[in-house]
Ligand binder design. Structure first.
Ligand SMILES: *Cc1c(COP(=O)(O)O)cnc(C)c1O
Length: 364
């Protein structure tokens, strides 16, 4: 008997492991494992969610029209070139299905976001890994890996889990060095957190070219990870392909209402950003003070590197944190076995986290 067989590539996928949300035995759990917003969603978004529930028997707007209009206004972009999805994850998958298949190659960076690799294998394409330099995207390394089979290049900017970014000039040099038929995906999931003056979101390149798409999400600074809302901005020829293959009601009604309210609550976004910046700075200083190697992060998380000394390793710190009810993210799967990714939480969570980290580093 021959059972149904999956398409080539699918069984090579290591199933995505989300950040843990529970630890055994702990009363109160501090979850700093998924880069969720420190201050939660805007109360206005929560009210909009609640208000949408009575209409749950209705299908949502299939084209997320109001959300695209509002996004267009907020960012000065043409709404006709915006596509919404159930998280930007869905859009990354649509890009892959739309533009790559069996025998094709896609390029992502060594410590790039895990889903690029997973979606590539899902369509039978080959993920080609470009090494990074100092945990940062290396444009020359990407360009050196382009072959006639290359279809898509994915760059998260800033990147998760490294927290590093490349300046607009580097992204433009990358675009200029790629063949015209190669799609460049600028995954800007953390763009709203960045203050660096030489940073440029993917919107500009996506406006100026017909082979670049920029992706954004409501899961990070807007604090709506659970409702699943992301969006992309690109040329009509790119967005039009994705529109053809997406499911007809891919963004739920609650997600559309919550997104509209969250987008309008600029104060909440500003508060979240200020809080995140403050605790990134405090966290960086405290962790460095404990002797850990930590780079500056342009996202909402830090990535301390632990010594390979028995008793002080990343794995042992992770276990110690869990014993104390704190969940952070192991990043072995990203090729970083000596690092832990720690999301910025609220004030109380950060205070507890930093004290427990200090206890770990100081224990005999
Ligand atoms: C969180 C994240 C996403 C996906 O977010 P969604 O919840 O699917 O919108 C995409 N890219 C990067 C780099 C991320 O960190």
């Amino acid at each position: 008997m021959t059972l149904p067989q999956p398409r080539p590539g699918i069984m090579d996928i290591a199933i995505y492991e989300p950040g843990k949300s529970q630890v055994q035995g702990a009363r109160r759990v501090i979850k700093l494992s998924s880069n969720e917003a420190a201050l939660g969603p805007s109360p206005k978004a929560v009210a909009a969610l609640a208000g949408s529930l009575g209409e749950s028997h209705r299908y949502p707007a299939g084209d997320s029209g109001e959300v695209r209009e509002a996004l267009g206004k907020a960012h000065n972009l043409d709404p006709a070139r915006i596509i919404c999805g159930a998280g930007s994850d869905e859009l990354l998958g649509l890009v892959m299905r739309g533009f790559a298949g069996v025998g094709d190659e896609i390029i992502h960076t060594a410590h790039g976001f895990a889903m690029y690799n997973i979606y590539a294998k899902g369509v039978g394409a080959t993920p080609v890994v470009a090494p990074e330099k100092d945990l940062t995207t290396d444009v020359d390394a990407i360009l050196a890996r382009v072959t006639p089979k290359t279809r898509i290049v994915f760059v998260a900017n800033p990147n998760n889990p490294t927290g590093t970014y490349i300046p607009g000039s580097e992204m433009r040099r990358l675009r200029a060095g790629l063949r015209e038929d190669i799609l460049l995906v600028c995954d800007d999931a953390y763009a709203e957190f960045v203050d660096a003056p030489d940073y440029e979101s993917g919107f500009a390149l996506a406006s100026e070219t017909e082979n670049t798409i920029a992706m954004r999400t409501f899961s990070k600074i807007y604090g709506l990870a659970s409702v699943r809302l992301g969006w992309g901005f690109g040329a009509k020829n790119i967005v039009g392909v994705m529109e053809r293959i997406r499911s007809p009601f891919n963004v739920s009604r609650p997600a559309q209402f919550a997104g509209l309210a969250a987008l309008a609550d600029r104060d909440h976004v500003a508060r979240t950003k200020a809080h995140t910046k403050k605790w990134l700075a405090i966290g960086l200083q405290r962790l460095r003070g404990l002797g850990l190697k930590v780079g500056e992060s342009h996202g909402n998380f830090l990535l301390p590197e632990f010594p390979k000394v028995p008793g002080k390793t990343a794995a042992e710190c992770d276990a110690f944190l869990q014993e104390n009810g704190i969940i952070v993210r192991r990043v072995d799967g990203y090729g970083l076995p000596n690092h832990l990714r720690v999301t910025i939480g609220d004030e109380e969570e950060m205070t507890v986290l930093l004290d427990v980290m200090a206890a770990f580093m100081e224990r005999k």
